[in-house]
Write a protein that binds this ligand. Structure first.
Ligand code: D6G
Length: 830
C-alpha cells in the first residue's frame, strides 16, 4: 500500500476526539435509545460499533461502486465457516482511530477495553479452517483485492465449553441474542433454494432434451452483509452471510387451526437450516441437515454471483474472467454441480461450454488427508435431496472417466479411484473428487501437505492432471495477531522500524540484527512479561488457578484431537511432575502447562483427554511438594478472544501432531510471530517455520511423516515394548491406570490406556514420547539462559514475515484467481 496515500486518508478521516465523543453520545441516545446514566457496557459497545460502522459505509459504497464501474474480476471465497471473533478493535485499528476512540471514551468516563469486552465473540467456525477464512478476508481487503466472503449466518455459533467436575459440557452460544451492530440485513436480497422433488425431462424450444426440477420444497436465503475493513480503511469488502427464511409466512386465506399450525411448523423447519454450526472439526457426521446447509449457502451464493455478473454481461463467456470461486474444503463442492445446473437448466448454456466455464471459475483448497474427514455423501441421500444434481454428477463422471487415461489403459483399479462414485458398500459421492475435476487448480495448505496430497488421496488425479495441484501455505493476518493482540510488542517493533510491517510483514527481517542487541532484548522481555501478567490474571479469573509469571509458559491451544496429541503432552507433564517430586532439592525451572481447546461433543476419547488433563491439574496444582514449579491449567471455552490473550504470552508453542496428519496449522504461526519457540514435529507448516527461523531456534523431535508411515505399515511396532523400555512413561501410565488422578473412579482412563497399548497406538504417542521429553528438557534448559532464550524468541518473531496471510492471498490472487488489486475511487461524500 502507498504509505503517503494512507496517511492522507487517515488524516482526512481522523475525527477530532471531541467530535468522536459527540457522535458516541448521539448514537447512544438516537440509535440505542439510552441516556448515559442508564447505559450498560453492552449499550456502549453497540454505540461505539454503530458510530464506527457509520464511518465505513461511504468507503464501502465506493468500493462496491468501483468494482462495478471497472467491471473487475472478483474473488468469491465460499466457506461454511468464518471464525471472525470480535470486530471492534479490528475495525478501529484498521481505520487508524484506536487512540482517538480511547480518548473520546475517556472523556465520557469509560474505558475502551471494557467496551471492547462487551462484544460477543462471533464463533462461526470450529478452528483453523474457519479462522483462515477470516484472516483471508482481512488480507484481501488490506491488499485492495476485490474479495467477497460467502457463508452462513448461524444463529448459534460454536458451542460454549464449560467444565463440570472437569468434564466438558456444551452450552449454546447465542452471539446474536442482543443484536449484531456490524451487519446490514438485506431482506430484498432473497434467493429460492430447492430441495427434494423430482426431475422432469422435456424438449426445449429447439427440440433438444432438457430437464427441470419440479415438486421441490423451497427455502429462501436472505442476505446479511458485514463490511470488511481493510487496513488503512481504503477498501471495504463484503462478507455476505445467508439466513434461511420460510417461503410462505402465515396464509390467512386458509385460517383454520390445522393449516395454521402446519404453516408455522413448516416455517420453523425451513429456518432450522441456518440455526446451528456443526461442531465437528476434521470429522464429519454425515447428517442430512449438514448436507442441506452446504447446498443452501452454495446455491444462494452462486445465484448471487450470476446475478451480479449478468448486470454487465449478456452471455456467460466472460464469467471465468470475472469470477473466481474458491471452495474452502469440500463443504461447498456441490457448487460444481449447482453451477452446471444453473447454466444448463436455467440459462440454456450447452453442456460442454458450461463445463468449461465451471472449471474456469472454480478452485478448491484441500484441508485434510484424514480419511474420516473426506466428505462422501450417500448416493441415496443425493437422489432424494438433490435429484437433479445426482444426474448431473453421473454425467460429469461418465464424461470424465471416458476421457481418462485409465479408461484408455483399461486400468479398472485406477478408474474406480478416479470415479466420483465410491462403489464400495453403500454407494457414495466423493466430494473431493468432484471438487478436483470441477476446478482448474487444487491446493494444499503447506508444502508437506501438498506433497502428501500428490502421493496419497489425489495420486491418481495428479497423474491425470500434473499441473493442477499447487501449494499455498496458510498464513495469518499480522493486524489481528500482532498489531492488535500484542500492543507491547507491536509498539516496540514500530519504535524501531516504523509502521510498515503492519501491511508488509516481511519488513520484520530488518529487525533480525536486534536479536544481538542487549537493550532490545531487555525491551522484548519486558513486553513478553506484560503479556504474561495479563494472561496470568485472565487465567486466575477464569479458572481460579494462580500461576507463576516467571515460569515457562508452555502452551498447547487448539481443538482436542488424538492426532494433535494433547495426550502426549499431559503424559510428559506427569513425568515431569514425578521428576520434581523425586528430586525436591534440585532447583527446577518453573513450568506452567497451559491448555485450551474444544472437543467435538460426540468425540468421547477427546472429552476423556480433557478430563484427564483437568484431573492431573487438580493433583499437581494442590501438591505442595512441587510448589510453584509446576502448574497445569486448562482454560475453558477457547475462542478467538482467548487466543488473542494467550498467543502474546506464550514462551513455548506445542505443535506436536503425529507427522503427516496436520495439514498446516496456523496457531503455530501466531505463536512464533509473538515470540514463542516451537516444540514440534516435522508436520504441516512446522516444516516451513523451521526453515524460516533456523534449526537452532526451534525444537524439532519425533518421527517424520515417512517414518511414521513405514513404522505403521511395517507391522512390527509394539507400543507395549516401547512402554516397557521407558520407565518414566510406564510410571506415568501406571499412575493413570491405578487411579492416582481419578481416585473416585480408578478405571476412568482405561479406554485411553487401551487405545495406546492394545489398540496399536495409531497416533504413535508412545513411539515419539522419549524424543519429545528430550526436546522438552532442552527447551527448559535453554529457558534458564534468559539472554539466549530471548535472542531466539526475537529471531522467531522477526523470521515470520513470510507467514502473513497477505503473502498467501497474494499468491492465490496471482496464481489461482487471476484477480488484481484496485484502489477504490472516492465518491462524493456528505
Ligand atoms: C454490500 C455493499 C453495498 C452494496 C451491496 C450490494 O452490502 O455497498 O450496495 O453489497 O452489492 P451487490 O451485491 O449488488 O454487488
Amino acid at each position: 500500500m502507498d504509505a503517503r496515500y494512507r496517511t492522507r486518508d487517515i488524516e482526512r478521516r481522523s475525527l477530532d476526539v471531541d467530535a468522536l465523543k459527540r457522535s458516541f453520545l448521539e448514537w447512544l441516545v438516537y440509535s440505542v435509545g439510552k441516556d448515559a446514566r442508564a447505559a450498560t457496557r453492552r449499550d456502549w459497545f453497540h454505540t461505539v460499533a454503530l458510530a464506527v460502522r457509520d464511518r465505513v459505509v461511504d468507503r464501502w459504497m465506493d468500493t462496491t461502486r468501483t468494482y462495478y464501474t471497472h467491471d473487475v474480476k472478483r474473488v468469491y471465497y465460499l466457506s461454511l465457516e468464518f471464525l471472525i471473533g470480535r470486530l471492534l478493535t479490528n475495525s478501529l485499528a484498521n481505520l487508524g482511530i484506536i487512540d482517538e476512540c480511547r480518548q473520546a471514551l475517556d472523556r465520557i468516563g469509560l474505558s475502551l477495553d471494557e467496551v471492547v469486552d462487551a462484544e460477543p465473540d462471533a464463533a462461526l467456525g470450529n478452528g483453523g479452517l474457519g479462522r483462515l477464512a477470516a484472516c483471508f478476508l482481512d488480507s484481501m481487503a488490506s491488499r485492495n483485492l476485490p474479495g467477497y466472503g460467502y457463508g452462513i449466518r448461524y444463529e448459534f455459533g460454536l458451542f460454549e465449553q464449560r467444565f463440570e467436575h472437569g468434564w466438558q459440557v456444551e452450552y449454546p452460544e447465542q452471539w446474536l441474542q442482543f443484536g449484531n451492530p456490524w451487519e446490514f440485513a438485506r431482506p430484498e436480497v432473497l434467493y429460492p433454494v430447492q430441495f427434494y422433488g423430482r426431475v422432469e425431462e422435456f424438449r426445449d424450444s429447439v427440440g433438444e432434451r432438457a430437464y427441470r426440477w419440479v415438486d421441490s420444497e423451497r427455502v429462501l436465503a436472505m442476505a446479511y452483509d458485514t463490511p470488511v475493513v481493510g487496513f488503512g480503511g481504503k477498501t471495504i469488502n463484503t462478507l455476505r452471510l445467508w439466513a434461511a427464511r420460510a417461503t410462505r409466512d402465515f396464509n390467512f386465506g386458509h385460517f383454520n387451526e390445522g393449516a395454521y399450525m402446519k404453516a408455522v411448523e413448516q416455517k420453523i423447519l425451513s429456518e432450522n437450516l441456518s440455526r446451528v454450526l456443526y461442531p465437528n472439526d476434521a470429522t464429519e457426521t454425515g447428517k442430512e441437515l449438514r448436507f442441506k446447509q452446504e447446498y443452501f449457502f452454495t446455491s444462494a451464493s452462486l445465484q448471487d454471483i450470476l446475478r451480479r455478473y449478468l448486470q454487465h454481461h449478456s452471455d456467460f463467456d466472460q464469467l471465468p474472467n470475472k469470477a473466481a470461486i474458491q471452495l474452502n474444503d469440500t463443504h461447498p463442492a456441490i457448487g460444481i454441480a449447482e453451477m452446471m445446473r444453473l447454466l444448463v437448466d436455467q440459462h440454456a448454456v450447452k453442456w460442454d461450454k458450461a463445463w468449461e466455464i465451471t472449471q474456469g471459475c472454480f478452485s478448491y483448497t484441500n484441508h485434510t488427508l484424514l480419511p474420516e474427514a473426506l466428505e462422501a455423501w450417500p448416493v441415496r441421500l443425493l437422489e432424494r435431496v438433490l435429484p437433479r444434481h445426482m444426474q448431473i454428477i453421473y454425467e460429469i463422471n461418465a464424461k470424465f472417466l471416458n476421457r481418462s487415461s485409465a479408461r484408455a489403459a483399461h486400468d479398472n483399479a485406477r478408474l474406480s479411484h478416479l470415479s466420483l462414485i465410491d462403489e464400495r458398500g453403500d454407494r457414495r459421492v466423493r466430494m473431493g473428487n468432484l471438487a478436483f475435476i470441477g476446478s482448474h487448480k487444487v491446493n494444499g495448505v503447506s508444502a508437506l501437505h501438498t506433497e502428501l496430497m500428490k502421493q496419497t488421496v489425489f495420486a491418481d488425479f495428479h497423474a491425470e492432471f500434473p499441473d493442477r495441484i499447487v501449494n499455498k501455505t496458510n498464513g495469518i493476518t499480522p493486524r489481528r495477531w500482532l498489531h492488535q493482540a500484542n500492543r507491547p510488542l507491536s509498539d516496540l517493533i514500530t519504535s524501531r522500524i516504523g509502521e510498515g510491517w503492519i501491511h508488509d510483514l516481511s519488513a520484520l527481517d530488518a529487525l533480525k540484527p536486534k536479536a544481538d542487541d542487549v537493550v532490545f532484548r531487555e525491551e522484548f522481555r519486558r513486553a513478553k512479561r506484560k503479556n504474561k501478567k495479563r494472561l496470568a490474571a485472565y487465567l486466575a479469573r477464569q479458572t481460579g488457578v494462580e500461576i507463576n509469571v516467571d515460569s515457562l509458559f508452555d502452551v498447547q491451544v487448539k481443538r482436542i484431537h488424538e492426532y494433535k496429541r494433547q495426550l502426549m503432552n499431559i503424559l510428559q507433564t506427569i513425568a515431569l511432575y514425578n521428576d520434581m517430586r523425586d528430586s525436591p532439592t534440585v532447583t527446577w525451572t518453573p513450568v506452567t502447562k497451559i491448555f485450551a481447546g474444544k472437543a467435538a461433543p460426540a468425540y468421547h476419547m477427546a472429552k476423556l483427554i480433557i478430563k484427564l488433563i483437568n484431573d492431573v491439574g487438580k493433583v499437581v496444582n494442590h501438591d505442595p511438594s512441587v510448589h510453584d514449579n509446576l502448574k497445569v491449567v486448562f482454560l475453558p471455552n477457547y475462542n478467538v478472544t482467548a487466543a488473542e490473550i494467550i498467543m502474546p504470552a506464550a514462551d513455548l508453542s506445542e505443535q506436536i501432531s503425529t507427522a503427516g496428519m496436520e495439514a498446516s496449522g496456523t496457531g503455530n504461526m501466531k505463536l512464533a510471530l509473538n515470540g514463542a519457540l516451537t516444540i514440534g514435529t516435522l508436520d504441516g507448516a512446522n516444516v516451513e517455520i523451521k526453515d524460516a527461523v533456523g534449526d537452532d531456534n526451534i525444537f524439532i523431535f519425533g518421527l517424520t511423516a515417512e517414518e511414521a508411515n513405514s513404522l505403521r505399515q511395517g507391522g512390527a511396532y509394539n507400543p507395549r515394548d516401547v512402554i516397557g523400555a521407558n520407565p518414566a512413561l510406564k510410571r506415568a501410565l501406571d499412575m493413570i491406570s491405578t487411579g492416582v488422578f481419578s481416585p473416585d473412579d480408578p478405571s476412568r482412563y482405561h479406554p485411553i490406556l487401551q487405545s495406546l497399548i492394545d489398540g496399536g497406538d495409531h497416533f504413535l504417542v508412545t513411539a515419539d514420547f522419549e524424543d519429545y521429553c528430550t526436546a522438552h528438557d532442552d527447551a527448559v534448559a535453554l529457558y534458564r539462559d534468559t539472554e539466549e532464550w530471548t535472542r531466539k524468541a526475537i529471531l522467531n518473531t522477526t523470521s515470520m514475515g513470510w507467514f502473513s496471510s497477505d503473502r498467501t492471498v497474494g499468491e492465490y490472487a496471482d496464481e489461482i484467481w487471476g484477480v488484481k488489486p484496485i484502489i477504490p475511487d472516492e465518491g462524493d461524500h456528505r
